[in-house]
Write a protein that binds this ligand. Sequence first.
Ligand SMILES: *Cc1c(COP(=O)(O)O)cnc(C)c1O
Length: 215
Amino acid sequence: MPVNTEAYKTIKHSLEARHVTLVAVSKFKTPEDIMTLYELGQRDFGENFVQELLMKEAALPKDIRWHFIGHLQTNKVKYLAPFIHMIHGADSEKLLSEINKQGAKIDRTIRVLLQMFIADEATKFGFDADQVTDLPEPGNYPFILFEGMMGMASFTDDTKKVAAEFSGLRSAYKKFTAKYPGFNTLSMGMSGDYEIAVAAGTTMVRIGSLLFGSR
Ligand SMILES: *Cc1c(COP(=O)(O)O)cnc(C)c1O
């Protein structure tokens, strides 16, 4: 399926008007597909799998900002540490410790988003916004920049439910800016629900299939 450049332009334009950053999710798509959007000016791309990302990072222009949006295993952090622009799925203290350790080794501070659990599906990872005391202490992680929060809504047609989950995450994000003064990014919204996320005040969306076709 060809890249939908018309959809890209329309979505990009409407997001820009709302000051929302578009991360183009390119998992399972070819370097050529990525280059099609790169040539239209897109620089933020999201990937879910470490091996695939390493292959693409090596092959593609160095000014691409790579976002890791998948579930990251601690033993893979070292491969991403030198170049990753942002890790969206920081979902445990164990993973944060490893990111901090790998950052320290190469003297690079790494941007992360705390993944928050907002859906009612047991398979989704993340911190619980209600467990205030469980959120990591930024002072323990000198090589991490806590830039914000990321979340995924329930997979459902019930738009009211999705909207409620997104606004809950937005409230948590606002509430925790006192604890994390570097917060500037709220990553929520995908192809099926990004308009709801924009209405709920997101600052970053992660869109794949609307741009690249189904996987
Ligand atoms: C795949 C993926 C996306 C993009 O999904 P689409 O529905 O294709 O837009 C966004 N976020 C995460 C975490 C993903 O894994």
